[in-house]
Design a binder for this molecule. Sequence first.
Ligand code: SF4
Length: 478
Amino acid sequence: MAQMRKKSVEKEKIPVASLTSLGCAKNFVETEHAAASLLQAGFGLAAEEGSENIRYINTCAFLKSAREEAFAHIREAEEWKKRKKGRFVCVGGCLVAHMGAAELKEKFPLVDLFVGIDDTASTGVLLKKVMEKGANMPEISGTRNFVCSHDTPRLQLTPSHYAYLKISDGCDNRCNYCLIPSIRGRLRSRKAEEIVEEAENLLSSGVKELIVIAQDTSAYGKDLAGKSLLPDLLKKLDGLKGEYLLRLMYLHPAGITDELIMTMKKMKHLVNCLEMPIQHIDDTVLKNMGRKIFEKETRNVLDTLKKNGFALRTTLMTGFPGETQEAFEKLLAFVKEFEFRRLGVFAYSPEKGTPGAKMPSRPSSREGQARRKALLEAQGVLSEKFNRTLLGKETEVIVDFPDGEGSYLGRTIIDAPDIDNLVHIESSGTVLSPGMRIKCLVEKVSKYDLFVRYVPAGNGNTRINDKTGKKQGKGGGK
Ligand code: SF4
């Protein structure tokens, strides 16, 4: 009898899915929602590559290169499906919203299910329906109204010590190069109490670092109250119990107010490195981009944040229509003068459906790429210069992953996971665990990375808190 039972369970093997998450951290949270819905619908998640019989691909679409990357993943999944019966392909995310059902079905006829962005949290249920004998693909919702809440099922897929906290979806800024408003829809802010409840749940599950994200975090609440409610939300998030870091990403310089700066300055848990894409510094280019802020105001915001002890991570764009050689040289000079702690650069890619794509006087893509390279080279010099100031000093490091015998990979406090610089840690034989914040001696530096040795507590036993830079005892806060 038991033999027969075992046989029938084996015969009824639970379908397992592999997850591919393309694009930004906001899309990653969507993948976490889809993963939870797959589990709730009775699917498994593939523990190792090759064991899956479902491929779930959460796509990005805001740039041509991102769409091509998504196409490549979907095509590869279709080939994989052809190789064995009983395999399924499910595609979600921004590409579905951007291209729509008809075009996608024609382009990828072997895909079993396309999930609209409003249905991500129902991916499991929808896939179950499709996998029933002879079922057709359900209608794909083209709407963009969904806002996740604290009880939207979510499976944390980041390492256990950090998690993203998405505070809104969509964007009303409509920068002239950006497809995101047409893909993700109007700004939809989550209720503050729901965000705080989710943050509490994450902290109580062992998360030590909450990374606050949205398309434009500084616009949080404008759709609810006609003005930014970010200061209020940050005060609530900073008031939670425990030792944790709050990292603020995707601020818009036009959304920085004195109230926000004063709030951030008083916070106990906020990492003192803010991420704020400025895109450019030249007025003509900023006007063409539709960034609603110009050189003078941008400089004021940046200088005020710097004076208040904040380091900055930014993103720039080269090659946008109206960027003359002179305008570019102004941007290059500004980067050398301001010394951003971290910097990323995109070369402009004209996107059909955006005003920028129709604008005249666009530098060639080759010029855009060459200017991008020049900015990154300048930043490389500044980054190495800064790293050299840390040589022989102690710095605080977040441990992320083991990296071979007695070695670990980590980040300095100002570095965001996945996108910023790495710290290579020699632990002198001590076993470290992910999420630990430790004191390390900087022994070697490269242009971007640090090579450090763990300094066990008791060896001069103070811990440097990079947020304030002051020596202090145990416990973390100011
Ligand atoms: S702020 Fe501008 S660049 Fe950022 S998502 Fe909104 S429209 Fe796009």
